[in-house]
Design a protein around this ligand. Structure first.
Ligand code: FES
Ligand code: FES
Length: 202
């Protein structure tokens, strides 16, 4: 049994400990905002946060997330209110096909939570591992700088650290998977229309 907290929800799953975290989150938990691109840790499409750090989940065994805290693109908004980083993506019309954008946002968010005033060099270093085949890099940079210019809203909306709670009541789903407060299967909080359309289709 693998236990973790995902987007603030304690979850326990009977899965192969060697299965990639991306596969477990997409296919078992049902959160499909994080994408499969290269499967080799090279493109960043699968980026989630593990205890606040960006990780390539296509090459991370789910066992590495046992008793850890995971955040996905679905977990960063506040209800219907987009996170300031997501809102900046919308305001700058960043996505083209949208496929890479959840990973781009999670990498940008990890940077901005550590450094609210990164230099151009800091931004390039933090985002270097996220590939966009549509070439939206200039708009990504503009969106990050939009957030930097509105630091206060980022600080107000920063993700709060929360303790892992594995004492919540549990239930079993139709597949016999034990889930504490099962995660929603819809993907309500991606950055923009194009991302949503791609996410729903995958
Ligand atoms: S799909 Fe994980 S880095 Fe490309
Ligand atoms: S791959 Fe980045 S928007 Fe299409």
């Amino acid at each position: 049994m693998i236990k973790f907290e995902i987007n603030g929800k304690p979850t326990a799953l009977d899965v192969d400990p060697n299965a990639p975290l991306l596969w477990v989150v997409r296919e078992v938990v049902g959160l499909t905002g994080s994408k499969f691109g290269c499967g080799m840790g090279l493109c960043g499409a699968c980026t989630m946060h593990l205890n606040g750090e960006p990780v390539r989940t296509c090459v991370l065994p789910v066992s590495a997330a046992n008793n850890q805290r995971i955040t996905t693109i679905e977990g960063i908004a506040d209800g219907e209110t987009l996170h300031p980083v997501q809102q900046a993506w919308v305001d700058e019309n960043v996505p083209q096909c949208g496929y890479c954008q959840s990973g781009q946002i999670m990498s940008a968010l990890a940077l901005l939570e550590k450094n609210t005033n990164p230099s151009d060099k800091d931004i390039q270093a933090a985002m270097a591992g996220n590939i966009c085949r549509c070439g939206t890099y200039p708009r990504i940079e503009k969106a990050i700088k939009r957030v930097i210019n509105n630091k206060q809203s980022l600080q107000q909306s920063s993700l709060k650290e929360s303790p892992i709670n594995t004492s919540a009541s549990s239930s079993n789903n139709a597949n016999g998977v034990e889930i504490y407060e099962p995660a929603k299967r819809e993907v309500p909080n991606e950055a923009g229309t194009a991302v949503k359309a791609t996410g729903e289709a995958m």
